[in-house]
Design a protein around this ligand. Structure first.
Ligand code: IMP
Ligand code: MG
Length: 177
């Protein structure tokens, strides 16, 4: 293993099992519903590509590119640099996220989609880091709950690197200290 990764946190096989289990739950809940799956880029791209191929229903896909930044009075703001192109009005929407930390991004995006008159908005996240939560968001589908460590791989980055790792690893603190 590379020496900038402290440990493998979730192996390729474990990821596959998690994705299969999430897909089964979603398939059951969305059967006969015309839904739109919306991925939050860039982090969710690898996860969503695997997840969507395990869901044997008809649905459309779209993407949002959002990033958070510190605004005035140090309040966290979310900027959308690419919005959905499909009309989500009257549709059931499933947002796909890589990891939820404070929940700030997701709270903003959920409201943004509801403002477009979606019929329902649910959230599927591969990882949940509840220790960091400040916003009021409760994902309906959670792949794995993780401790307050910085993890990378399978779409998740540190400074835009590591997204291509096929497993999820805990980053060695020497990388960012
Ligand atoms: P939130 O708005 O604080 O919930 O931010 C969630 C976003 O922060 C995720 O979509 C990731 O882009 C990033 N993030 C949070 N924790 C991690 C981590 O451990 N590794 C990589 N990215 C993370
Ligand atoms: Mg992200």
């Amino acid at each position: 293993m590379r020496d900038d990764i402290k440990t493998v946190f979730v192996s390729e096989i474990e990821i596959e099992n998690i994705v299969n289990s999430l897909a089964k739950q979603i398939e059951k809940d969305y059967n006969c519903k015309e839904f739109v799956m919306i991925g939050l880029l860039k982090g969710s791209m690898v996860f969503m590509a695997d997840l969507m191929r395990k869901i044997h229903l008809d649905f459309s896909v779209d993407f949002i590119v959002a990033s958070s930044y510190i605004g005035a009075q140090s309040s966290k703001k979310v900027n959308i640099s690419k919005d959905v192109s499909l009309d989500v009005g009257g549709k059931d929407v499933l947002i796909v996220e890589d990891i939820i930390d404070t929940g700030n991004t997701l709270e903003f995006i959920t409201k943004h989609i509801l403002d477009k008159n979606a019929r329902s908005v649910k959230v599927c996240t591969l990882f949940d880091k509840p220790a960091g939560r400040t916003a009021n968001v409760k994902p309906e589908y959670i792949g794995k709950t993780v401790p307050n460590e910085f993890i990378v791989g399978y779409g998740l980055d540190y400074n835009e690197i590591y997204r291509n790792l096929p497993y999820v690893g805990i980053l060695d603190p020497s990388v960012y200290s």
